[in-house]
Design a binder for this molecule. Structure first.
Ligand code: G16
Length: 529
């Protein structure tokens, strides 16, 4: 049977009910799980086309990350572990929304516009999170891959960053590492143990895994680092629901501990999100107040260690940080003013930060929500590797520590497990408690709100999402409200993963930040009518 006949036949099983339109969002398609079967089938098809075009393996992850358990979504992974290239997002949207009758025409349009050789080989790696709907949706994607007669490798349960890692290992023929879960754990844990064994055990760490896929995966990793770090997994999926009252997004937005966790002064606690690509730390201070160490603080910690080690090793490379509008004003000031590190700002979405981070020799990128990593230009990595054989004494030890950090970092994408080991290793090297880290700088009090509106697509932004151009007149009113608050800053943007509009506000006191957020929320509602 000709492949397009197979597509037609299987599209009867995975038909588009045409009840609503879906758009490729901040991190792929995301919606109620029971509306997504045809989208998964079609993303299976699309990943094959992309694989044929690139002559490389493509990743397909079934997850809706931080969203509630009833949602699901699909993230596509490009050959070097990056998110799907932006120019393909409209193609994905068109394919996902085609009627059953249009499907083959749209596929052929993509084949011809992208000049895809349909006789080329194709391979797709798949992974999924623990949602009840993930198995069936993953199977729909598999049907899409099989319809186009491509090679399909199903890794089963994986964290999103693990899938990115597998894709890169495969496409670099093992140069980045071994494309197996055991290879992943080995690479990260060996690098971690190397640094920490020299500096002393970092003690206990309690990790809330959001009742998601991070739990079984972290338990595996924990065994390999147990002589240097005691990891206690809570919210491991045996009792509570995914992301309900727990997880990195809950902690960040609610600014409080997740369910199932007992805090104590100076006790190190952390939260992952549902697919373990975000990490947030938190603790209580001596006054029993909740203290959060978010993506901004993780970025400051990592950027500072890289800067220090490079200086001590006598290697000249530029370290830069990439943030979004959600970055706390104090973090940006600290990076620029105290650490003397250049900072760039992009739109929300790790795909944008990752891209911008390539401007630096060593680009540290983090969203305040805990999503981020470090990437090195190949020539920067080479320079560090080459200097290993040329220096001695303290310099030599700095170079070997730098190389261990490079091995511990998942350069493909933000990775909660990898980022966590990096943080733990830095605290051990610096002999810092979590409180020492927390006092690197003091955040401006802030508040984030989610506002339900009838149609979030009317909210249009510019200037790295810091200003609105639509609805007309709203930005002027926000500016006028902000000007009443000391150190006030606020912005509004439509979410690309949830059906809400997000409001961010910061000011000199928590009361003021809350007040500003509430005033802006009222404006959003007024302009949504
Ligand atoms: C995804 C993206 C992140 C983004 C987050 C929220 O994270 O990968 O870059 O910050 O969505 O996006 P939005 O504000 O547009 O809803 P995750 O962890 O949910 O995949």
């Amino acid at each position: 049977m000709e492949v397009y006949d197979k597509v037609r036949k299987l599209s009867e099983v995975h038909g588009n009910p045409c009840t609503s339109k879906i758009t490729y969002g901040t991190a792929g398609f995301r919606a109620k799980a029971d509306t997504l079967d045809h989208v998964f089938f079609r993303m299976g098809l699309l990943s094959v086309l992309r694989s044929k075009l690139k002559g490389a393996t493509i990743g397909l992850m079934t997850t809706a990350s931080h969203n509630p358990e009833c949602d699901n979504g699909v993230k596509l992974v490009d050959p070097m572990g990056e998110m799907l290239e932006e120019s393909w997002e409209p193609l994905a949207t068109k394919l996902a929304n085609a009627t059953n009758d249009e499907l083959v025409d749209v596929l052929q349009e993509i084949v011809s516009s992208q000049k895809i050789d349909m006789t080329a080989q194709a391979s797709v790696f798949a992974g999924k999170d623990t949602r009840p709907s993930s198995e069936a949706l993953g199977n729909a994607a598999r049907d899409g891959v099989m319809a186009l007669e491509a090679h399909f490798t199903d890794f089963g349960l994986l964290t999103t960053p693990q899938l990115h890692y597998m894709v890169v290992c495969k496409n670099t023929h093992g140069k980045y590492g071994e494309a197996t879960q055991s290879g992943y754990y080995k690479k990260l844990s060996e690098a971690f143990n190397k640094i920490v064994a020299e500096n002393g055990c970092t003690g206990d760490l309690i990790v809330d895994c959001a009742n998601g896929v991070g739990a079984p995966k972290l338990k595996e990793l924990a065994k390999l680092v147990s002589s240097n770090l005691k990891i206690h997994v809570v919210n491991d999926g045996t009792a509570g629901k995914l992301n309900e009252g727990c997880g990195a997004d809950f902690v960040k937005i609610q600014q409080r501990a997740p369910n199932g966790m007992e805090l104590g002064a100076n006790k190190r606690c952390a939260s992952y999100d549902g697919d373990a690509d975000r990490l947030i730390y938190f603790t209580l201070n001596e006054k029993e107040q909740f203290v959060m160490l978010d993506g901004d603080k993780i970025a400051a910690l990592i950027a500072s260690i890289f800067k220090d080690l490079l200086k001590e090793a006598g290697i000249e490379l530029e370290v830069g940080v990439v943030q979004t509008a959600y970055a706390n004003g104090s973090s940006t000031n600290y990076l620029r003013g105290t650490l003397l590190i250049p900072v760039s700002c992009t739109k929300t979405g790790v795909k944008h930060l990752h891209h911008r981070a390539k401007d630096f020799d060593i680009g540290v990128y983090f969203e305040a929500n805990g999503h981020g990593t470090v990437i090195l230009k190949p020539e920067a990595e080479e320079k560090i590797r080459e200097s290993a054989g040329k220096v001695e004494g303290v310099k030599q030890s700095c170079v070997s520590t730098l190389l261990a950090y490079i091995d511990m970092i998942n350069q493909c994408v933000g990775d909660a497990m990898s980022d966590m080991l990096v943080v733990e290793a830095i605290l051990s090297t610096k002999k810092w408690s979590i409180q020492d880290w927390a006092t690197m700088y003091t955040e401006l009090p802030n508040r984030q709100l989610k506002v339900k509106v009838a149609d979030r697509s009317i909210f249009k932004t510019v200037n790295a999402e810091r200003q609105l151009t639509s609805p007309v007149g709203l930005q002027e009113e926000i500016d006028s409200v902000v000007s009443k608050y000391n150190n006030g800053r606020s912005f509004v943007r439509p979410s690309g993963t949830e059906d809400v509009v997000r409001v961010y506000a910061e000011s000199d006191t928590q009361e003021h930040a809350d007040g500003l957020a509430k005033e802006v929320e009222s404006l959003v509602k007024k302009f949504s009518k």
